[in-house]
Write a protein that binds this ligand. Structure first.
Ligand SMILES: Cc1cc2nc3c(=O)[nH]c(=O)nc-3n(C[C@H](O)[C@H](O)[C@H](O)COP(=O)(O)OP(=O)(O)OC[C@H]3O[C@@H](n4cnc5c(N)ncnc54)[C@H](O)[C@@H]3O)c2cc1C
Length: 309
């Protein structure tokens, strides 16, 4: 309930104006976002790589209807990839891209423009020896994003997909995506979705997550298990063993700042552990989704808001 309220006020301009006056360094923002600049993302990546973790980096931004903004986002990714290459970090870090940040929602030209922009980023990623994963957004974009993924994979088959266990369709999508060479991130899903398309009950979402894990672990692709949930992590490990998978033929993923001790524990036990690092000025939508997942952080958030004034 609180989750839905938080996700729906996240769309209010007045709330956004109030919240984005907080500096990125304010308590709750800094917990989830290491900074606004490329250098901040590179620094955060370096410290993860130094202790055996991997990274996937997201230049924050979404839902743009402005072609110049989409172009600025592409430039930010190109600069980031160049910096990762120059710092010798591109083997340990890939990038995560939201198609809505690179033009997907622009009237008429959106799908073509976002595919072209995704191609430019995939080309730059390959040039420094790394890959791209296409984040998944709300359900109205799922088909379009999977179409773009299919096109992009013709030239860049290493491009990763994301599926969301809360969507009723996802078990079928997992079957379609569980082929050799296919990198698939399975997450629970972070948007406010109607019951017609998504499971509303947390237990139903968890059951769907396990069904999807079974398909991906038994399939020929490369599963990327994106969750902080201890039960899902245990089940993923058991299913990997049952499917005869060795460490390195799948990976775990968590968000920057969430359960860092568990991230280190998994990495130290020989598992591949990748951390999603968001950076940039457009942290509002990302922060609101994190608060919706963890209403216990609300007090912390309200305190940051008051003390930043
Ligand atoms: C690497 C990665 C990439 C993702 N990409 C996408 C994407 O492309 N599209 C999309 O819709 N969603 C994405 N998500 C978000 C995902 O869908 C969930 O919203 C998010 O991961 C919370 O779900 P959970 O599986 O951790 O389980 P939950 O049941 O939400 O949480 C399990 C436990 O994790 C801890 N926890 C969870 N969230 C928080 C928090 N915010 N603060 C502190 N502790 C917390 C708590 O201990 C909680 O009990 C991604 C998540 C990860 C880890």
């Amino acid at each position: 309930m609180l989750r839905q309220v938080l996700l729906s006020i996240a769309g209010s301009k007045a709330t956004k104006d109030l919240v984005t006056k907080m500096p990125v360094s304010a308590g709750i923002v800094a917990r989830y976002v290491p900074g606004e600049e490329t250098a901040d993302a590179v620094r955060a990546t370096r410290s993860l790589v130094d202790d055996g973790r991997l990274a996937t980096i997201d230049y924050l931004g979404e839902d743009t209807l402005d072609e110049d903004q989409a172009e600025a986002t592409v430039s930010a990714y190109l600069a980031l990839l160049e910096a990762l290459g120059a710092d010798g970090l591109s083997r340990g870090a890939e990038v995560s891209v939201k198609l809505s940040a690179i033009g997907q929602a622009l009237p008429e030209i959106g799908p073509k423009l976002s595919l072209e922009n995704a191609r430019r980023i995939a080309k730059a990623a390959r040039a420094v020896g790394t890959t791209v994963t296409l984040d998944m957004e709300d359900h109205t974009t799922t088909d379009q994003t999977l179409d773009t993924l299919r096109e992009l994979r013709k030239d860049y088959p290493e491009t990763g997909a994301v599926v969301q266990a809360y969507l009723r369709r996802t078990e079928d999508d997992c079957r379609a995506l569980a082929f050799e060479g296919s990198r698939v991130r399975l997450c629970k899903g972070a948007y406010n979705e109607p019951e017609t398309v998504a499971f509303a009950d947390r237990h139903e979402v968890d059951k769907s997550y396990v069904r999807c894990l079974k398909v991906l672990m038994a399939g020929a692709g490369y599963p990327m298990v994106a969750t902080h949930d201890p039960r899902m992590i245990r089940i993923a490990g058991a299913l990997a063993t049952r499917s005869g998978r060795s460490a390195g033929s799948y990976e775990y993923q968590m968000l920057y700042g969430i359960r860092p001790d568990e991230q280190k524990r998994l990495a130290a036990s020989g598992e591949r552990m990748r951390v999603y690092i968001p950076f940039g000025t457009e942290w509002y939508g990302y922060l609101m989704r994190r608060l919706a997942e963890r209403p216990a952080n609300l007090t912390f958030f309200l305190r940051s808001l008051v003390s930043s004034k």
